[in-house]
Design a protein around this ligand. Structure first.
Ligand code: IMP
Length: 429
């Protein structure tokens, strides 16, 4: 079965956009299976930088069918704006994209609640895009599926019911809820743009897989932000792991042939929550964290927030390899490590119950990373096109990552441009 899942092995922002764009040279279908406009995948084509939030990164290839599946939450005006921008930039085929009629609609009250909560004590540093409250409505069975756009009268009733349920929460947070009329006034003009794209996308994806079409399931966020397996409660509200491709796109696990994990050569995290290998004051080497942020351009592509930066966490990678069943990895941003005076990786943790090489995800607040020094390198790597072009120390570093992941790196990215990439055998088989 030609189903391939690409999933972030860390806290998101591993560089999915570029890797998915490379893989889609051969993919006939690209499916986003979870999350919403909290994602921001950066694509660099020539001198042009394109950031997609809802639209799959496969959109740059005109023969690739792009699908937004039912695991997603979709903000209508952001989707329409993103499509208009892509048309303006020379990608008119974006209008052929298909959208699940069972993905859920993010409405103005979801954004309002997300924003109000982020002003209070319970803030976790969300993207304030309404993601959490929209998924809350979905599991509370009072959400608004995209299919409701086909009948705005019926949608009005769904919105009324949800608004009534949220009323006390919004009041307690000190906000003023919108009226049903206000919500519908925002939705109504957008519906005619979106309704023609609505489909039972699970059936279409299945049809493609049966016809042997190479289908890429593009994950958003990352393993450690997954609602079940991440650093809860500092997580997003969706299933960001490989298993989420099955529930989010509506395909059975037997349809998935390969799971590729994206591993940035160091770690970053946006928002709150534990990050044991973080390089920030008062920890030693905080200046190196600042350097990684600058050289790696580590600023959130959705919110512009500076990302927290830190050493690579190998126990976390072992954990991601296990949870996702990784059988290949793609290493990104190796070039950013060039010229560091010092290079360390976390190899194990000291916890109250002893030393462990596992990621102690349930007791990170009581775990202390154990580091190993690696040999730094100073030679530029962005010109490397095969492994032998890399300095020996960088090759060794790649080997350490492969060993922790338990599988081979099929792609090593050494720059943001498409061609600044080492493609190894087995990428497209
Ligand atoms: P939410 O998804 O907006 O609810 O945010 C929950 C947490 O996930 C916050 O810490 C966000 O910064 C983080 N987050 C959500 N989406 C992404 C992403 O695409 N990359 C990195 N972090 C993300």
């Amino acid at each position: 079965m030609p189903g391939v899942v690409v999933v972030g092995a860390q806290w998101g922002d591993e560089g999915k956009g570029k890797v998915v764009d490379i893989l889609t040279e051969h993919a006939e279908v690209v499916v986003r299976y979870g999350g919403g406009p909290n994602a921001g995948h950066t694509l660099v084509v020539g001198n042009e930088k394109i950031i997609v939030r809802l639209v799959p990164s496969g959109i740059l290839r005109k023969d690739t069918r792009c699908v937004l599946a039912q695991g997603m939450v979709i903000d209508l005006s952001r989707l329409v704006d993103e499509m208009d921008e892509l048309v303006k930039r020379g990608y008119p085929h974006v209008s052929e994209m298909l959208v699940s009629d069972r993905a859920h609609v993010i409405l103005s009250y979801h954004r309002l609640i997300d924003g109000l909560r982020e002003q209070g004590d319970g803030a976790i540093g969300t993207t304030k895009r309404g993601i959490g409250p929209c998924y809350e409505d979905k599991v509370a069975r009072r959400g608004v599926p995209m299919g409701a756009l086909r009948d705005l009268g019926a949608m009005r009733e769904l919105v009324g019911r949800a608004l009534e349920a949220w009323q006390p929460t919004i009041a307690a947070l000190g906000g003023k809820p919108p009226t049903v009329d206000e919500v519908m006034a925002e939705v109504a003009p957008l519906a005619p743009r979106i309704v023609p794209m609505l489909r039972d996308t699970a059936a279409i994806v299945d049809e493609g897989l049966r016809a042997d079409k190479y289908t890429l399931f593009e994950g958003a966020q990352g393993t450690l932000l997954d609602v079940d397996h991440g650093t809860y409660p500092f997580v997003t509200s969706s299933s960001a792991i490989a298993g989420g491709a099955c529930t989010g796109a509506g395909v059975g696990p037997t349809r998935i042939k390969r799971v590729i994990g994206l591993v940035k050569a160091y770690c970053t995290r946006v928002g709150g929550g534990p990050f044991p290998t973080e390089l920030a004051p008062p920890k030693p080497d905080a200046d190196l964290g600042e350097r990684l942020r600058k050289i790696g351009d580590e600023y959130g592509s959705v919110t512009g927030r500076p990302r927290r930066t830190g050493w690579l966490d190998l126990p976390a990678l072992r954990y991601a390899a296990r949870i996702n069943g990784l059988d290949r990895i793609a290493i990104t941003k190796l070039d950013v490590l060039t010229g560091l005076a010092k290079l360390k990786v976390c190899v194990a943790y000291r916890t109250p119950s002893g030393e462990t090489s596992d990621f102690p995800v349930g007791e990170l607040d009581r775990a202390e990373p154990i580091y190993r020094d690696c040999e730094p390198w100073s030679e530029r790597t962005s010109g490397a096109r095969k492994m032998e072009d890399l300095p020996a120390a960088a090759r060794k570093y790649v080997g350490l990552i492969e060993e922790a992941a338990g599988c081979e790196a099929m792609i090593v990215s050494v720059g943001s441009r498409r061609d600044e990439t080492i493609l190894r055998s087995g990428v497209f088989d």
